[in-house]
Design a protein around this ligand. Structure first.
Ligand code: HDD
Length: 765
């Protein structure tokens, strides 16, 4: 029939799922739909499944949707076939000589299926193997032609599609999301002048100054090679051995031991291009630039105890969070900012801008907001898109150029090189997720898995047989070329020095910015850094390594070093000798922007996960009011029972638990409500998970609202007499509920209540 022999090999109707191909922004109202996976209490009946109110929202779209259509496959109403398109009659039984006889070699259907399966894994990334991606777009606030000819900044309001991948660094592909680690923040701009990849991290500095040391760093942090342990963790001897011998890593260690290494969500972290880059305008003038991504969701972190427990309860915590937010229409957003400075300014700084272990304090060079990035579409297929996407720092476009940062230089080589073995050859740019929206024509030919059908007999330049095409575009800066049509021209940076292996003088100063970072933290952030050093070093078996690291910390802050030493039961060693004795004085000694508290975000409780505990006999009306108010504000409310399923309230209404205390421990929620109802509370108190659930919420400084009898659960959980005096612990009964709801929502929006943090009270906690 027609449907079986369709002339359309690919999915012609799949695009309909995504709306209009050229609809670049989310449909109206899409971002305003609260994500609620539970049914409303008022509609709960025995036979109602869960409804996802966000599912009415169509994923946002952009031009990458259309470009990927040619490879989208839709199996609906179509038969199973082999890879050659031959219909398969029986997908259950291999071909045999008799029912009990030997299987036959001629069974090409079985062999094709097994062979493909045998080869379906590719090597994981050398680093950043674990990650999650999403599509979206970047929208420029203003034309930036004054500084750069780069296409995404060409006009006010210009939209450029992007694909973004977030990742951890050290863990393998299947490792947990919540390891203490740096997070990758890689953005591919599909600009109309070619692909530009901004491959950054969630921290603005790096461990090392020169690419020569990168393999050493990675070998030190990865699982130790003799026994393959530990997975996704820096808390082991080889890592601390290496970094304690490399004082240049000290600044980055401060970031790694801070809460930045434990983000609450990929949506709630900053991104940084790290290196100094160059912007170049049409006139060929250049200015130095650092890239910053600021999340509109604010910067928020997990506590270490939460991160540890989440890694067991939901190792996909960040992947799920990103996926669910986008599915529900809660599209995460980041503002792109630029720190722009001239070479003359840079020459006067107390640090070297080519040194990736240094940041430029925002007080010294402010961040200019230039555009907004919105992630509005989940990938169709994890492997085809998120796994096969290839980010390369070498992928720049006219208007963006490199500085001489020696770490960046190594990266320009490494990324292209690593894709060749990971993705099986030099044609990885043809994999749909990697292919530019800009047209590609050149004389590169052949190689493994070549897709392009280059036509004609000419594959060289210059030629006359093809009319000289494809022809050189010329220089965009050149007066003779038409503005904007020229090719990529490196900035003509003058070089006249001896060829040497070495480092510039200012690279030798390793501690001032580590101190700047520490001094810019709030008390609770400092306490977490101390705890993290103590924890990590306590896992180091060789005392000399611990001691060497302590001696380095003395140079950052003697009090910090002393507290860590005390926590390890060790004497404080003398300070490690410094490579530079009289460094230039720093311009800035405290920078508010370095604390995570500087960016609380603008999203209130949107996407925050709130648990409402339920049991047989709970009081219905207060829950309904809370449920409505919270979902209205955009929070995700879950009814959490001793089991999943329907529960009957004291007044007869039904409420369905979509989570259970057993399958969803407290660490998966941002806040909780303890219900009213005498019998229900008694039953909940006897459940073996309830009191631990409440204790964790309390310890993790999260907001708890106890309704009526619910406050007895707080007492039973032993969270302390006078607990209601604590920030973020709220009590209400029927008469005071209306007044407390806005207070509760406000408290949840605060993320957590650091004044309750045990780390600030007891350093050895
Ligand atoms: Fe790298 C992956 C970020 C230094 C070599 N790196 C990779 C990814 C990110 C970064 C986000 C994952 C991209 C993705 O999601 O696919 N790397 C950084 C940052 C660095 C940095 C911010 C310092 C400022 N990296 C760095 C150096 C080298 C590499 C110095 C080598 C000389 N990085 C690689 C790599 C990877 C990679 C081996 C592994 C997988 C890949 O490239 O595609 O080439």
């Amino acid at each position: 029939t027609d449907s079986l022999v369709s002339s359309q090999p690919y999915n012609s109707n799949k695009a309909l799922e995504y709306g209009h191909d050229n609809a670049l922004t989310p449909p109206p109202g899409a971002t305003a739909v609260p994500r609620s996976i539970t049914l409303t209490a008022s509609t709960a009946t025995e036979d109602t499944g869960t409804t996802k109110t966000g599912s009415a929202v169509r994923p946002g779209t952009n031009p990458t949707v259309a470009s990927l259509n040619r490879v989208r496959v839709d199996a609906s109403d179509r038969p199973l076939t082999t890879n050659q398109g031959v219909r398969i009659s029986d997908n259950q039984n291999s071909l045999k000589a008799g029912l009990r006889g030997p299987s036959l070699l001629e069974d090409f259907i079985l062999r094709e299926k097994i062979t493909h399966f045998d080869h379906e894994r590719i090597p994981e990334r050398i680093v950043h193997a674990r990650g999650s991606g999403a599509h979206g777009y970047f929208k420029a606030y203003d034309a930036l032609g004054k500084y750069t000819s780069a296409a995404p900044f060409a006009e006010e309001g210009k939209i450029t599609p992007v694909f973004v991948r977030f990742s951890t660094v050290a863990g393998e592909r299947g490792s947990k999301d919540t390891a203490r680690d740096v997070r990758g923040f890689a953005v591919k701009f599909y600009s109309d002048e070619g692909n530009w990849d901004l491959v950054g991290n969630n921290m603005p500095v790096f461990f090392i100054q020169d690419a020569m040391k990168f393999p050493d760093l990675v070998h030190a942090v990865k699982p130790e090679p003799h026994h393959g342990m530990p997975q996704a963790a820096s808390a082991h001897d080889t890592f601390w051995d290496f970094v304690s011998l490399m004082p240049e890593s000290t600044h980055m260690l401060m970031w790694l031991m801070s809460d930045r290494a434990l983000p609450r969500s990929y949506r709630m972290m900053q991104g940084f291009g790290v290196h100094t880059f160059r912007l170049v305008n049409e006139q060929g003038q250049s200015i130095f630039c650092k890239f910053h991504w600021k999340p509109l969701q604010g910067t928020h972190a997990l506590l270490w105890d939460e991160a540890v427990k989440i890694s067991g309860a939901d190792p996909d915590f960040h992947r799920r969070d990103l996926w669910e937010a986008i599915e529900s229409g809660e599209f995460p957003e980041w503002e792109l900012g630029l720190q722009l400075f001239t070479e003359e300014q840079a020459a006067g700084f107390s640090f070297d801008v080519l040194d990736a272990t240094k940041l430029i304090p925002e007080e010294l060079v402010p961040v200019l907001p230039v555009g907004l990035m919105v992630l509005n579409r989940n990938p169709d297929n994890f492997f085809a898109e998120t796994e096969q996407v290839a980010f390369c720092t070498a992928h720049v476009i006219p208007g963006i150029d490199f500085s001489n940062d020696p770490l960046l230089a190594g990266r320009i080589h490494s990324y292209v090189d690593t894709q060749i073995s990971r993705l099986g050859g030099a044609n990885f740019h043809e994999i749909p997720i990697n292919s530019p929206l800009a047209s590609v024509q050149n004389n590169q030919r052949d190689g493994m898995h070549r897709q392009a059908l280059n036509r004609g007999r000419v594959a060289y330049e210059p030629n006359s047989l093809a009319g000289g095409c494809p022809f050189q575009a010329g220089a965009s800066q050149s007066a003779v070329s038409q503005a904007g049509n020229g090719g990529f021209m490196p900035f003509p940076d003058r070089v006249s020095e001896d060829k040497v292996r070495g480092k510039p003088e200012k690279f030798a100063e390793h501690y001032l910015q580590a101190t700047l970072f520490f001094n810019s933290q709030t008390a609770v952030e400092k306490a977490h850094i101390t705890d993290a050093f103590r924890f990590e070093l306590s896992k180091v078996a060789v005392p000399a390594i611990r001691s060497r690291m302590l001696s380095s910390l003395v140079n950052v802050c003697p009090e910090l070093a002393a507290e860590v030493a005390a926590g390890l039961g060790m004497d404080l060693p003398d300070a490690m000798p410094k490579a530079i004795l009289e460094p230039q004085l720093p311009e800035v000694t405290v920078s508010a922007a370095l604390s995570m508290m500087a960016l609380p975000g603008e999203c209130g409780v949107r996407t925050r996960q709130v648990a409402i505990l339920i049991e047989e006999g709970i009081q219905y009306s207060s829950l309904l009011r809370l449920y409505d108010a919270l979902t209205e504000a955009g929070a995700v409310v879950h009814f959490v029972g001793p089991r999943i399923g329907i529960f009957t309230c004291a007044s007869g209404e039904k409420v369905e638990a979509d989570r259970s205390l057993e399958n969803s421990p407290a660490v998966l929620f941002d806040a909780a409500v303890l219900p009213d109802g005498n019998e229900a509370i008694r039953a909940l108190a006897t459940n073996k998970h309830t009191l631990g659930f409440i204790k964790d919420l309390y310890q993790h400084c999260k907001t708890i609202l106890a309704l009526g009898d619910g406050r007895e659960l707080l007492d039973r959980a032993g969270v302390g007499p006078g607990v209601e005096e604590n920030e973020g612990i709220l009590m209400a009964d029927n008469s005071s509920l209306a007044a407390i709801v806005p207070e509760f929502i406000h408290a949840v929006a605060a993320h957590r209540h650091p004044s309750r943090d045990p780390a600030t009270k007891d350093p050895a906690s």
